[in-house]
Design a protein around this ligand. Structure first.
Ligand code: HEC
Ligand code: HEC
Ligand code: HEC
Ligand code: HEC
Ligand code: HEC
Length: 215
């Protein structure tokens, strides 16, 4: 029988396939390149409008994280405190840096909130909730590092998908009793054994399927 297509035509589907793969890879790489770095800024530490120091307040004064981040166990977001919380002390307490304390009092008198600059930022297409994590014993420290040693808060972890998944696949490495969630420098002799107990106790199932975090 006469051949309708020349022999080289057999090659077409394969070429199309390879072409499509290369094309898609380029798109994915492009997405990766343009969207990732902005959000994997380990070390990002923007200057804040007031030189507030966690090292002084959470470290030296020993204030619990929840004194200011009051909503972290009940909501998706950890709130940053209003000026009123600072005024609990700084209506009375001065410091060697009166100009910084004055900014707090100005904010209080004018009713203009202090415009704190966000440090951590996930893209909108990834879902994250504080409440879900801290109530099963994932410590602030596991994701934010030793905040009690920071004069200026900096991002400690990449907040990338693989970072999330590393913990979701091996949560026993990271769980602690819920009452230790805000403890800084928490250590236990046998982390894996404790982690496994806590997984059973809280029935912990971190999602690793795509819709767990993207929907
Ligand atoms: C006296 C109040 C106070 C206490 C106590 C406190 N914080 Fe904060 N925190 C703030 C304020 C104000 C900001 C916003 C300014 C800044 O980033 O430094 C903030 C910002 C942060 C941020 C950065 C948020 C962002 O923009 O991404 C993290 C993380 C954080 N705090 C964690 C903690 C942890 C963990 C503790 C306990 C060890 C703690 N904080 C204790 C007041 C407090
Ligand atoms: C499992 C990881 C994880 C744990 C545990 C965690 N955080 Fe966060 N935190 C994040 C991520 C991710 C963001 C950025 C969220 C976003 O951009 O939507 C964030 C943002 C914040 C912010 C900025 C406001 C916000 O909600 O976006 C504050 C303040 C904060 N965290 C404080 C805390 C404190 C205090 C604790 C402990 C009580 C804590 N975090 C525990 C991962 C964590
Ligand atoms: C529980 C009391 C208390 C609360 C609440 C509190 N502070 Fe302070 N703050 C202090 C004390 C004590 C000092 C140290 C004073 C000194 O000896 O210089 C201080 C020092 C400071 C300083 C001077 C830092 C330096 O480098 O010398 C600033 C700025 C400051 N606080 C801002 C804030 C802000 C902003 C808030 C609210 C988010 C806040 N504080 C909440 C007690 C508090
Ligand atoms: C250090 C450990 C750890 C890290 C890091 C972590 N997670 Fe989780 N995550 C957990 C654990 C443990 C659970 C299980 C909670 C349960 O089963 O009740 C969980 C549950 C969740 C859930 C399901 C609960 C809900 O809110 O619907 C989502 C979504 C989630 N994590 C998103 C993220 C994202 C996004 C990141 C990265 C930005 C992240 N997690 C980083 C430990 C972690
Ligand atoms: C535990 C939470 C979690 C799960 C599960 C998850 N992702 Fe993600 N994903 C994220 C986060 C967080 C980011 C943002 C990463 C960044 O900004 O660097 C992201 C980013 C992405 C991106 C953007 C490209 C990039 O790297 O920035 C794509 C595409 C993606 N995810 C696809 C998937 C697919 C497909 C699955 C299932 C196989 C999946 N994700 C499962 C948390 C998750």
């Amino acid at each position: 029988m006469a051949q309708i297509f020349p022999k080289w035509a057999d090659e077409i589907p394969r070429r199309l396939l390879v072409g499509a793969i290369v094309f898609l890879t380029a798109i994915v790489a492009g997405v990766w390149y343009f969207f990732s770095p902005e959000y994997t800024d380990v070390g990002y530490a923007p200057q804040q409008p007031v030189d507030y120091s966690h090292k002084i307040h959470a470290g030296q004064l020993g204030l619990d994280c929840q004194y200011c981040h009051t909503e972290v166990f009940n909501s998706k977001q950890a709130n940053v405190p209003p000026t009123q919380t600072c005024m609990n002390c700084h209506s009375q307490i001065d410091s060697q840096r009166p100009e910084e304390i004055q900014k707090i009092r100005d904010s209080w008198n004018s009713g203009e909130p202090i415009e704190w600059v966000r440090v951590h930022n996930l893209p909108d297409y990834a879902y994250f909730s504080h409440e879900a994590h801290v109530n099963v014993g994932v410590g602030c420290e596991s994701c934010h590092g030793r905040v009690d040693k920071m004069d200026v808060v900096s991002q400690q972890e990449p907040l990338s998908m693989s970072w999330c998944l590393d913990c979701h696949r091996n949560p026993e490495q990271h769980l602690r009793p819920v009452e230790e969630v805000t403890t800084m420098g928490y250590q236990v002799e046998n982390q894996v054994e404790l982690g496994k107990k806590l997984i059973a106790k809280h029935n912990v199932h971190p999602p690793t399927y795509c819709q767990g975090c993207h929907y």
